[in-house]
Design a protein around this ligand. Sequence first.
Ligand SMILES: [Cu+2]
Length: 113
Amino acid sequence: MNKVLLKQLVIRLFGLLFLVNSAYADSNVINIQIQKGRFSPSEINIAADTKVQLIIENLDDTPEEFESYDLNREVFINPNSKASFYIGPLSPGVYKFEGEFSPQTAQGVVRVK
Ligand SMILES: [Cu+2]
């Protein structure tokens, strides 16, 4: 392989690495809001075998608790505050979660593909 070809290959490899890295960074943090006892978004899609940070902002004046037996998480969120935690890496499937203090309205799922 000549030097020019090698140089082009290296440049392309760096470009590819940058793309992969930025896509990973974008999907690695998911913001969810709680308002009037509902999650928004209530449906989250994440990649299998990937650790993801959830940042949940409670806009209500009452506390809420992110509760999920499927995800094995129980996280208290103060009124008008944020809580942050990690889920995954997970196998493909559907993982339900709910707001323990408003389970009639605060329902959601994490879809892992
Ligand atoms: Cu609980």
